[in-house]
Design a binder for this molecule. Sequence first.
Ligand code: ARG
Length: 294
Amino acid sequence: MSQNTAAPRTVTTVTADQPRIQQHRRYLMCRPEHFTVSYTINPWMVPANPTDTAVALRQWQTLYDTYISLGHEVQLIDPIPGLPDMVYTANGGFAIDGVAYGAKFRFQERVPEAPAFMEWFRENGFEVVDPREVNEGEGDFLLVGDTILAGTGFRSTGDSHREVGEVFDREVVSLNLVDPRFYHLDTAISVLDPVQGPGGVERANIAYLPSAFDERSQAILAERYPEAILVDDADGAVFGLNSASDGLNVFISPRAKGFEAQLRERGYNPVLVDLSELLLGGGGIKCCTLELRR
Ligand code: ARG
């Protein structure tokens, strides 16, 4: 007869009675003054479909005002005529502790944005690292606790994962994206906040869309984030995961009904902001938001 020798497992359940703590955020945004869809570099972009720049500006302004009203700081970079995707500032770089790793865009249409963002970082007191490898900034790099989750498959290359690890001297976990609708990591993972892990250790939590990843990456995420919120395909398909969080307030699309309920259950405060016009360019809340970690 064999004896059961499995060690007892400590399971931490995250419940609504765990207090959520709001953290102060500094963001970089860009007014969509020149927003339109005139080329296709992701499946959401259909140049034949009309866009309305006034609507984009109004929706974007609501996001800006929401951040400000909740006490966050927002800095702005000037939009450049002819660069309609510049509103998606998340792709402009990746900044931690006052160091900004510059972007190097995959598609020619966005290449000229990179020097504009690097100049902004320099003028605003960041030490800028010129990238050698193709990478699209915080679109594909997410800081979760002390670890950098790095996406590849469509935009940023695997070599950029090595480079970002060297620049910041942190652990980098590479994840493979497999669904062309979710071509940047920030369309499939949302970083929520630190949670209290076993032994009282602060650990960061995430929400993600499992079907956006290959099997190996799904296994890594399941192992590292046992308390993660798993978002279903319907909420993923409306860019529900393309959201920002301050640890308490989670800024999400009003269409992501299931995710909204999941967040409430865990004690977060979902703040609904509709960026439907910007979704025509394949971007949502997170894409329009770059975190400035000084
Ligand atoms: N049209 C842009 C592109 O395809 C959208 C970028 C969305 N940004 C993001 N962080 N997911 O590059």
